[in-house]
Design a protein around this ligand. Structure first.
Ligand code: GLY
Length: 328
C-alpha cells in the first residue's frame, strides 16, 4: 500500500524557511493540492533543498530568470560543508578522489552537463558554461577541468574535507562497497523551477555515490535520467542510486508520462514502479523523483520511505515527506 504523504510543519524547521515576502503556511493539506496551479514555484530534493530554495527564490526575484534561480539555488548546496553528497566536500571514490557531476536544462531544450570533474567548486556553473559557451552538451573529466580553467573558474586544492576524510578512513578499514540508502537523509540536489510566465528550468548536482569506482558517473549529469525539462509539458529530477535511474531514463519518462496526461504525482509513481521492476536487490536501492507540470502541480515519490523535498511558492518554503512504494 502506498504511504500517505506527511506534511512537515514549517514551524518545526526554523526561520530559514520563510522567504522574503512570504507568509507562513498554516494548512496541513496535501502539498500537491496546495500547490496546484501555483506559479512561480521551486522544488528541490531533500532538506538541503530548503536553503537552496531560499537562494533560488531570492535570485528569481532579483533577475526574473528561472535559469539563474535554479543555478543559484544548488550553488548553495555545493558550498555546504556539512553535506557529504554534493560538492567538493562530498565523499570520495574508492581511490580517495572526489569527482563531481552536474546538469542544467531549460524548457526550450538547451542543456549543459559535466561529469567526473575534479577541483571545481561549482560544477553547476560549469555545466551552464558548457550550455552557453560551447556547441556541446556534455564535457567530462580532464576536458571539463581544462574548460573550467579556460573559463576562469578557480581550481580548488584536491584535499578531502575533514568530515569526508573521517568517513573515508572508516570505510577503508573494510573497503566494503554497498550503496547507503538515504545517506544522512540526503543525496544529490535536484531542483526544478517554474516562473510566473510558465517557463521551466532545472539543475542537478552531486558528488555521486560514495566510494564509487574511479570514473563512475551516475544519473545526475545524464539528460533524461537525473533531469529533464520541457516547456510544453513540465520538468522532473531524480535522486538516489544513479544506475537504477539511468536504467529507466527516469526524468524523461516522467515528463513523457505527463505529456500523455498523467499528473506529476501519477507520473512519479509510475516511474518508481518501473524502477522497482527493472532493478534487482531493490531493498538496497533508494531512488526518488520530483516533478512539476506547466500548470504548477507537483508530484514526488520514492522507492523507500525517507525521501523528502522542499517546495517554495509565494506562500512559503516547506519540507514535505514524499510517499514511497515500500513501507519501512
Ligand atoms: N544520484 C546520484 C548518483 O547516483 O550519482
Amino acid at each position: 500500500m502506498l504511504q500517505r504523504r506527511k506534511f512537515i510543519k514549517q514551524s518545526l524547521l526554523g526561520s530559514a524557511l520563510l522567504l522574503p515576502g512570504m507568509a507562513a503556511l498554516e494548512s496541513q493539506a496535501s502539498p500537491s493540492k496546495k500547490s496546484s496551479g501555483t506559479k512561480p514555484l521551486i522544488l528541490s530534493t531533500w532538506s538541503h533543498g530548503l536553503p537552496a530554495n531560499a537562494d533560488a527564490w531570492a535570485k528569481l526575484k532579483q533577475t526574473g530568470s528561472i535559469l539563474d534561480a535554479v543555478e543559484a539555488g544548488v550553488r548553495n548546496t555545493e558550498l555546504d560543508l556539512e553535506n557529504l553528497s554534493v560538492g567538493l566536500q562530498g565523499l570520495p571514490d574508492r581511490e580517495g578522489i572526489t569527482t563531481l557531476d552536474a546538469s542544467i536544462m531549460q524548457g526550450d531544450g538547451s542543456c549543459g552537463t559535466v561529469a567526473f570533474v575534479r577541483q571545481v567548486k561549482h560544477p553547476i556553473s560549469l555545466a551552464r558554461a558548457v550550455m552557453e559557451k560551447t556547441p556541446h552538451v556534455m564535457l567530462v573529466g580532464e576536458g571539463a577541468r581544462q574548460f573550467a580553467i579556460a573559463q576562469g573558474f578557480p581550481m580548488e586544492e584536491e584535499k578531502l574535507s575533514p568530515n569526508a576524510q573521517k568517513e573515508y578512513d572508516k570505510w577503508k578499514v573494510t573497503s566494503q562497497y554497498k550503496p547507503i540508502i538515504n545517506i544522512e537523509n540526503h543525496d544529490t540536489i535536484g531542483m526544478i523551477g517554474l516562473d510566473a510566465a510558465g517557463k521551466l528550468a532545472g539543475s542537478c548536482t552531486t558528488s555521486g555515490l560514495a566510494y564509487k569506482m574511479h570514473g563512475r558517473v551516475g544519473d545526475s549529469p545524464i539528460i533524461g535520467a537525473g533531469l529533464f525539462v520541457d516547456d510544453e509539458v513540465g520538468a522532473a529530477t531524480a535522486t538516489g542510486l544513479g544506475e537504477s535511474i539511468i536504467r529507466i531514463c527516469g526524468s524523461f519518462l516522467i515528463v513523457e508520462l505527463m505529456r500523455q496526461g498523467r499528473s506529476p504525482q501519477e507520473a512519479c509513481e509510475e516511474a518508481v514502479r518501473r524502477l522497482v521492476a527493472k532493478n534487482k536487490n531493490i531493498k538496497d536501492i533508494q531512488a526518488g523523483f520530483l516533478a512539476v507540470n506547466k500548470e504548477g502541480e507537483v508530484g514526488a515519490f520514492a522507492v523507500h520511505p525517507g525521501f523528502n523535498y522542499a517546495l517554495a511558492t509565494d506562500s512559503g518554503n516547506v519540507l514535505v515527506d514524499a510517499g514511497s512504494q515500500f513501507k519501512s
